[in-house]
Design a protein around this ligand. Structure first.
Ligand SMILES: [Zn+2]
Length: 96
């Protein structure tokens, strides 16, 4: 797991702010945290997937009642875990 650089975590696990960004109060990961996580784990997407999976498990335990599909979208659906490859004759999607 990446341990250098600016911490991209910001996960709040206390009281009424559980599952919120410690910086801005939005649902974690907020757009800024997502950007920072992608930068911090740019060379180690497997660790990013592992880390986000742990946060998803925390959220499922701490915030019962959240639908599984929205948990997946919030914690894993936005991140690309494999480098993009160009396909001969194909095209690449932009954005998520
Ligand atoms: Zn934030």
């Amino acid at each position: 797991m990446a341990t250098t650089g600016v911490p991209a975590l910001g996960w709040s696990a206390c009281g009424r702010t559980v599952g919120r960004c410690a910086g801005c109060g939005q649902e974690w990961p907020c757009p800024d945290r997502r950007r920072r996580l992608l930068i911090e784990y740019a060379d180690d997407r497997l660790s990013l997937a592992f880390y986000l999976g742990l946060r998803l498990a925390d959220a499922a335990a701490d915030l019962p009642g959240l639908p599984a599909d929205s948990l997946h979208a919030r914690f894993l659906g936005w991140a690309r875990f494999r480098p993009s490859r160009s396909v001969p004759g194909g095209h690449q999607h932009r954005g998520v």
